[in-house]
Write a protein that binds this ligand. Structure first.
Ligand code: PLP
Length: 390
């Protein structure tokens, strides 16, 4: 057979097709003129997505037990797009002080200058949020547990207060993923994931998702996503679709190792606190146990106070953990959040530096040995300093 000949036999693949488009082609002039009517679900131009994007949105919505999903080019863009869809000048916006840093900065540096009244609230506020709701409060942003400091809010209590007062809620659910917690089932309006983390799972792409039940809100967010000029490459959609195939096994393996390591760290004399609601010792444990099904792969720790140099010792000694931002991939990561950043936060948890660990798929024993080496290096600096005369 001529090798250049193409087979016309039907072809079916187990993997989703990567469909690319800026231009979408129409059969008739009428179709073209009416193209806006295809939204929010259909295809009219690449900016609202192709079947590859829509396939991923359907899968994420199903995971979240929601009816609709809009994907965006990063977790931060998903947070920003949700706020931009519904909050206008003159509105009051409540953001937990433990929300993702870039969302808080967006509130402080952009929205506040566009006439939005931005207010940060104590992460553990729970039902007390009701006292902060005003007649112009439009949305409450929360995250559980809080970014880096891991405070646990009472999500159902906040959602119930917001509903009573007609206020929208957006929860950043990246830590647990919908396998560990489904915000929409607890009365939250918008569940946001940084798909960059556990969904993608391999530290090689950026993406975000917003899931919801209400069709009108979905239409608003589809339009907002497109007007803000945000769409995701179908190749990245393919990678996230592939990541989702292994999400459950990755998360369960990573969670088991994470719990083991957190428990080990808790026993180490140089460790002051392990910030991880899955541990009985964590102040958020009861809420976590009541609401969540899994413990994830991310936690933080505070070491016994020591000079900055000791932290250099700790991080330089790590061989398996790589130093870097982001988390949720198959390689373990360590990140450092300096003391001033903590102390200057509104409603601070600590004035000490925080170390955050994301646990991957490596052998637990190798990771523990790595952390032991880090703590030994930390101790060396700490005790050398404390031995100094004067
Ligand atoms: C990483 C992260 C984000 C932002 O996601 P990007 O895709 O990096 O923009 C938002 N929220 C949480 C909790 C995160 O960990």
């Amino acid at each position: 057979m001529d090798s250049t000949q193409t087979s016309h036999q039907a072809f079916a693949s187990l993997s989703p097709a990567v469909q690319r488009a800026s231009t979408v082609v129409f059969d008739t002039l009428d179709d073209f003129v009416q193209r806006k009517h295809r939204q929010p679900d259909g295809y009219s131009y690449g900016i609202t997505g192709t079947p590859t994007a829509r396939g991923l949105e359907h899968q994420i919505a199903a995971l979240e037990n929601g009816k609709h999903c809009v994907i965006t080019p990063s977790g931060q863009s998903a947070l920003m797009t949700t706020v931009m869809g519904f909050v206008r000048g003159g509105d009051h916006l409540l953001i937990s002080a433990a929300c993702y840093g870039a969302l808080k900065t967006f509130g402080e540096k952009w929205l506040a200058r566009m006439g939005v009244e931005v207010e940060f609230y104590a992460p553990g506020i729970g039902a007390g949020i009701e006292a902060l709701i005003k007649s112009n409060t439009r949305m409450i942003c929360l995250e559980s547990p809080g970014t880096v400091t891991m405070e646990m809010p009472d999500v159902p209590a906040i959602a119930a207060a917001a509903r009573r007062r007609g206020v929208l809620t957006m929860m950043d659910n990246t830590w647990a993923s919908p396998l560990g917690f489904r915000p929409l089932d607890h009365g939250i309006d918008f569940s946001v994931e940084a798909a960059t983390k556990l969904f993608g799972g391999h530290s090689d792409l950026l993406m975000g998702s917003i899931s919801m039940n209400d069709h009108d809100q979905y239409a608003v967010l589809r339009e907002t996503q497109s007007i803000l000029g945000q769409q995701v490459s179908p190749d990245d959609c393919f990678l996230v679709l592939r990541g989702l195939e292994t999400l459950q096994v990755r998360l369960s393996a990573q969670s088991a190792t994470t719990l083991l390591i957190a428990r080990w760290l808790e026993q180490q004399p140089l460790v002051d606190r392990v910030l991880f609601p899955a541990l009985e010792s964590d102040p958020g444990h009861a809420l976590w146990k009541r609401d969540f099904h899994g413990s994830g792969c991310l936690f933080s720790l505070i070491l016994k106070p020591a000079p900055e140099q000791a932290f250099h010792g700790f991080f330089d000694a790590l061989k398996r953990f790589v130093i870097g931002a982001s988390w949720g991939g198959v390689h373990s990561l360590a990140a450092y959040y300096p003391a001033p950043l903590q102390a200057q936060r509104q409603f601070p948890l600590t004035d000490q530096p925080v170390i955050r660990l994301s646990i991957g798929l490596e052998e637990p024993a190798a990771l523990i040995a790595d952390l032991q080496a880090g703590l030994d290096a930390y101790a060396e600096v700490l005790y050398a300093t404390s031995r100094k005369p004067g």
